[in-house]
Design a protein around this ligand. Structure first.
Ligand SMILES: NC(=O)c1ccc[n+]([C@@H]2O[C@H](COP(=O)([O-])OP(=O)(O)OC[C@H]3O[C@@H](n4cnc5c(N)ncnc54)[C@H](OP(=O)(O)O)[C@@H]3O)[C@@H](O)[C@H]2O)c1
Length: 285
């Protein structure tokens, strides 16, 4: 049952395979969304300093009725923090905003500030930010640490100088957008991949080939999308504040055949992410 399934991070920490994405859930609605998700069976929540809903997500975690240790909470150091002091300060601010003593996972949101995504030289800045994560990890404020949107060269920059190796890399991963080389590299380095936008920010639901494959398996297109990234060995982070959709996204206790996985990998890339196409994570810049 997906509700009980976990991966084990290199330091032995268990991470639920399914987590609730919270990007675009407003702060005022985030606590209700977290509590609804807990009722459905979610135990893993993904927020970020940049989402401006850490307070609400923290409130949901603190008031959902479950002991803190039964929940897995992730946030992200804002992409703009590329020095030790500001990254370290931001981690303390996150803990304070969320009302938590520790986070289960904190990751660097992006190797470059968003205004210069996939450009510039931030190698030294990323090593500085990473050192802040290592320090917070050593201090017991974070149970695990990782990165997001890191390509091979960004990972190598950290791996060549770190005391603690990145435990996860959260990347854009969905049917029609599968970077197999990066997946393989992360696996070889013992870095767990987390799939963000597993439903292509909703755009996958408009794709006829995905709909047809979902029909073949008797599941919804959203559930097929979630199952696809799980089959690749990644964490799935579908976002919704709708309890019916939350429930639907847990209906993934089936497997996709190897042949159908190959067919799904070959689906032509989704060309537009609609109203958010201009965001760096979707436009590549
Ligand atoms: N690290 C990064 O840089 C980064 C970047 C992007 C995303 N993320 C993380 O990944 C999470 C997920 O990505 P995302 O928010 O871009 O999008 P997503 O999860 O791929 O798709 C969300 C969209 O799908 C719809 N949806 C979800 N479940 C559904 C269902 N069962 N049936 C029908 N529609 C459904 C949602 O609508 P409703 O809300 O109406 O249900 C929403 O429009 C984010 O929330 C965030 O936590 C991280």
């Amino acid at each position: 049952m997906i509700r009980n399934e976990t991966y084990i991070l290199p330091n032995g920490v268990e991470i639920p395979k399914l987590g609730l994405g919270t990007w675009f859930i407003p702060d005022a609605q985030a606590a209700e969304a977290v509590k609804a998700a807990v009722s459905v069976g979610y135990r893993h929540f993904d927020t970020a300093q940049a989402y401006e809903n850490e307070r609400g997500v923290g409130e949901g975690v603190c008031t959902c009725g479950l002991p803190r240790e039964q929940l897995f909470v992730t946030s992200k150091v804002a992409a703009e923090h590329k020095d030790h002091a500001s990254a370290a300060r931001s981690i303390d601010e996150t803990l304070s905003k969320m009302g938590l003593d520790y986070l289960d996972l904190m990751i660097i949101h992006s190797p470059q500030p968003w205004a210069g995504f996939r450009g510039g030289d931030y190698a030294a800045g990323n090593r500085e930010a990473w050192r802040a994560l290592e320090d917070a990890y050593a201090a017991g404020k974070l149970r695990a640490i990782g990165v997001s949107n890191f390509k091979k060269e960004d990972l190598d920059n950290i791996l060549s100088s770190c005391k603690v190796r990145p435990m996860v890399n959260q990347i854009l991963l969905h049917i029609s957008n599968t970077d197999l080389a990066l997946l393989d590299y992360c696996k070889a380095q013992g870095i767990l991949v987390e799939a963000y936008s597993p439903i292509a920010h909703g755009e996958a639901l408009k794709n006829g080939q995905i709909a047809a494959m979902a029909q073949k398996y008797g599941v919804s297109p959203a559930a097929l999308c979630v199952r696809y990234v799980l089959e690749l060995g990644a964490v799935a982070l579908p976002k919704t504040a709708d309890p019916a959709h939350m429930e639907d996204n847990t209906a993934v206790d089936f497997s996709i055949s190897a042949g159908d996985m190959e067919a799904l990998k070959q689906i032509a890339p989704i060309e537009s992410y609609g109203a958010v196409s201009h965001f760096p994570v979707f436009s590549g810049k």
